[in-house]
Design a protein around this ligand. Structure first.
Ligand code: HEM
Length: 206
């Protein structure tokens, strides 16, 4: 019997919403010289969050692990065909297509963060700046695809995935749920985040 079970642990949820915040912040401040320090702060936060997520993808709880949602491209294409025919199955964790967009976002986050750091450190080269612009714009495009996918999937499966990314709970069998939200790792992640912001917040004299 299907009921609400815990699928997303707390570190994954905090990672997600902090990534939304820092990506949006970095994007909005990217063009302006005046907001440069904030752009750098948000950019480093994206880089730190994605690094955390790469580690959590190996040691985290069941549905956050790469081994649970990284599929070979044939599987993704098969899922796409099922989706078009409306025969796709409900996924307890990420669906194969959504997972593909998520991997792209993580890769682009790393590429954009590292190239941004190199541009900021004046490792002078025009192509680095062009690469930084390209990866950030590509990330924005994938974010729109990601949000569209989330909305469609929520509608067709009658399950609000946005609420699920807040509460951590989705539909499933009791034996499919995870048993802990990892409060200790959550504390460490939040401490690192808040500590970094206090330390690096623009305009604070130390
Ligand atoms: C307000 C806009 C957004 C909403 C409503 C949203 C919603 C969601 C939802 C519901 C999921 C879970 C999907 C599933 O059930 O398989 C998810 C996962 C994810 N989203 Fe978003 N998202 C938003 C913006 C973003 C942005 C801006 C980024 C990156 C810059 C992003 C990156 C990710 C990543 C990496 C995951 C995978 C989470 C994990 O496994 O760690 N999202 N998002």
């Amino acid at each position: 019997m299907s009921q609400r079970i815990l699928v997303w642990d707390l570190p994954t949820r905090i990672f997600h919403w902090m990534l939304v915040l820092s990506f949006t912040g970095a994007f909005l401040t990217g063009e302006s010289e005046r907001w440069r320090d904030f752009h750098v702060l948000f950019g480093y936060t994206v880089l730190g969050l994605v690094t955390f997520r790469l580690i959590w993808g190996v040691i985290g709880s069941r549905y956050s692990r790469f081994s649970e949602f990284v599929r070979n491209p044939v599987y993704v294409i098969r899922y796409l065909v099922q989706l078009v025919r409306r025969h796709e199955r409900h996924s307890v964790g990420h669906n194969p297509l959504g997972a593909f967009a998520i991997l792209l976002l993580l890769l682009l986050g790393i590429a954009s963060g590292i190239s941004g750091w190199a541009v900021y450190e004046e490792i002078d080269s025009d192509w680095l700046e062009a690469f930084h612009n390209l990866t950030s714009t590509a990330m924005l495009v994938v974010v729109f695809i990601h949000i569209t996918g989330v909305l469609f999937s929520s509608y067709f499966h009658g399950e609000n995935l946005i609420i699920a990314m807040i509460t951590g709970k989705k539909r499933g069998r009791t034996d499919q749920g995870i048993s802990t939200s990892h409060p200790l790792i959550t504390m460490l992640l939040l401490t690192a985040l808040i500590g970094f912001w206090i330390f690096a917040w623009p305009g604070v004299k130390r």
